[in-house]
Write a protein that binds this ligand. Structure first.
Ligand SMILES: [Ca+2]
Ligand SMILES: [Ca+2]
Length: 232
């Protein structure tokens, strides 16, 4: 009996090491005991007019899903959020899939290239879509993934989280990807309020040129590279 108990304990520990935690998708931060340490943090203030700053980005996984979470100070119900994800070869450095004044501009580096998934949602009305680049267009409009428990946001908690099945992500063979969380508003004229990792936010409610989700082109400015994550 003792051997059986010991085995059960070891097996449980091995299992917890093999995979990250399993966050509950409810708009409440489950803590770093579940998420692990942030893969990126940001302390640069967002657009002062909106008053929100994305401060931390989390990624974890379990046997079936990869989870993405972001902490945002000043998060408000009228805002909209996005997780842009480069999971495999291909994708599109297009305009934000909800047509805000934001362009995806992920730099190519090694196996990394443009994003092919965008989890895009409203903070206050439980509507979130998962957009996927098919090679010629973005799909996933009109389907609310909140209904299947795959995303949640809560302005009071300042937290946004979602999950994507590994079978859907179909990660590149290295199992490494990149993700950037961003925040905008409820009108297409709105630009980038804040992101983590940091990109320069808009300075006006109706910016005349789109902000870019990227890093400065100069290699010396790349320490704050788009966060990468590895899927076990
Ligand atoms: Ca949660
Ligand atoms: Ca890609």
């Amino acid at each position: 009996m003792r051997k059986l108990t010991l085995c059960a304990t070891i097996c449980a520990v091995a299992s917890s090491l093999a995979f990250g935690g399993t966050p509950t998708i409810d708009g409440t931060f489950d803590g770093e005991s579940v998420w692990g340490s942030a893969v990126a943090t940001n302390s640069n203030p967002g657009f002062s007019g909106a008053g929100a700053t994305a401060t931390a980005l989390y990624v974890t996984d379990d046997s079936n899903y990869v989870y993405f979470g972001a902490q945002v100070s000043g998060l408000a119900g009228w805002m909209s959020f996005g997780f842009a994800i480069d999971a495999r070869s291909g994708g599109s450095n297009s305009q934000d899939t909800w047509a805000r004044q934001i362009n995806f501009a992920f730099p190519s580096a090694g196996d990394f290239d443009a994003p092919e998934f965008v989890v895009r949602g409203n903070v206050n009305n439980s509507w979130t879509e998962r957009h996927e680049w098919t090679g010629s267009s973005w799909t996933g409009f009109g389907t609310n993934i909140n209904l299947s428990g795959d995303a949640a946001a809560n302005a009071s908690n300042g937290f946004v989280e979602c999950r994507i099945a590994k079978s859907v992500l179909n990660m590149r063979s290295s199992k490494q990807g990149r993700v950037e969380f961003y925040l905008s508003g409820d009108q297409n004229a709105h630009g980038l309020f804040t992101s983590v990792p940091y990109d320069t936010p808009c300075t006006d409610w109706n910016p005349s040129t789109p902000q870019q989700l990227t890093n400065p082109a100069s290699p010396v400015m790349l320490p704050v590279s788009l966060s990468s994550f590895a899927v076990e």
